[in-house]
Design a protein around this ligand. Structure first.
Ligand code: RIB
Length: 307
């Protein structure tokens, strides 16, 4: 069982030829309203990849809350511990250009009321993995990590969107999942970049963070696949080649499938493969949750990863 403690949003996805410049107004060619939030997306990705999943978070009592939860309930995610608050449901404005690139602005709304007390309420007895992101308050995440440590639950934290984190907290996280930009920001915030350098190569970066925290670090590299530093070893995985239509949610697809693989006792290397395939397949349809692959779709494409 995986417990996801994180955000639940409604995504307003604007389609356009190119992303706007500062001060510029553009007309969008299409608008879709879809369930989203990194927490909800990762919960659904893990469930579709075959894991039992419980979602812990908060939505508003407005009609948007039901939109945010619809895909999760329909795919067997336990949402019975999601609270409904007076605030507006978390909302994201997502611009997607003709090449599938995106920019996202999130208003957290009810996500700001997600509490670690909800985790105490549902218990950790059946949870092997706690999967976290960074769209709910950091104080609540830190308390959740502490609860997980007490109960021997493995913690995977996707540090997105990246914010500085105390080193002592990172040392309690079994596996950090980050993209290249988040890795650069993390290395800077931990004082791992010195002299005139503004960043480290991704290999040096994940090694440095892994050695400092004593834990595993995975960096996703988009079309270049991913790399990890795990148990004193560098692991590199090439991406499944695809022509992306929309990259929204690709990182969430990776995180959910990676966690689901570990929950199903796959090796760390195989979990990276599952994540890589899921992230690539998630780029083939618009929207974050509509594009998440099933367990069968992931397994079918694993042999297509170049060795
Ligand atoms: O990672 C994609 C997600 O980021 C979107 O669904 C949006 O809600 C934001 O949380």
């Amino acid at each position: 069982m995986i417990t996801v403690f994180g955000s639940l949003n409604v995504d307003y996805v604007f389609q356009m030829d190119r992303l706007p410049q500062p001060g510029e107004t553009l007309l969008a060619s299409n608008l879709t309203v879809l369930p989203g939030g990194k927490g909800g997306n990762q919960a659904l990705a893990a469930a579709k990849a075959g894991a039992g999943v419980r979602m812990i978070g908060a939505v508003g009592k407005d009609g948007l809350g039901n939109i945010a939860l619809a895909g999760l309930s329909a795919n067997g995610v336990d949402t019975s511990h999601v609270t409904k608050l007076e605030q507006t449901t978390g909302t994201a404005a997502i611009n997607v250009d003709a090449d599938g690139e995106n920019s996202i602005v999130v208003f957290p709304g009810a996500n700001g009321g997600a509490s670690h007390l909800q985790l105490e309420g549902c218990g950790f007895a059946d949870t092997a993995i706690l999967l976290l992101q960074f769209e709910i308050p950091s104080a609540e995440i830190e308390k959740a990590i502490s609860l997980a440590k007490q109960s021997g639950t493995r913690v995977i934290w996707n540090l997105a969107p990246m914010q500085p984190v105390p080193l002592a907290v990172l040392k309690d996280v079994d596996c950090l999942l980050i993209n290249q930009g988040e890795l650069d920001a993390l290395c800077k915030s931990l004082g791992l970049v010195s002299g005139d350098r503004t960043n480290l190569s991704h290999k040096d970066g994940i090694r440095a963070v892994a050695e400092l925290t004593g834990q595993s670090v995975v960096v996703t590299l988009g079309a270049k696949g991913c790399a990890a530093f795990h148990q004193n070893r560098l692991i590199e995985v090439t991406a499944l080649p695809v022509t992306p239509i929309d990259t929204v949610g690709a990182g969430d697809a990776f995180a959910g499938a990676f966690a689901a693989a570990l929950d199903q006792n796959q090796t760390f290397e195989d979990a990276l493969n599952w994540g890589n395939v899921a992230g690539a397949l998630a780029c083939l349809q618009p929207g974050a949750q509509s594009s998440l692959p099933t367990h069968a779709q992931i397994v079918q494409r694993l042999p297509d990863l170049a060795l």
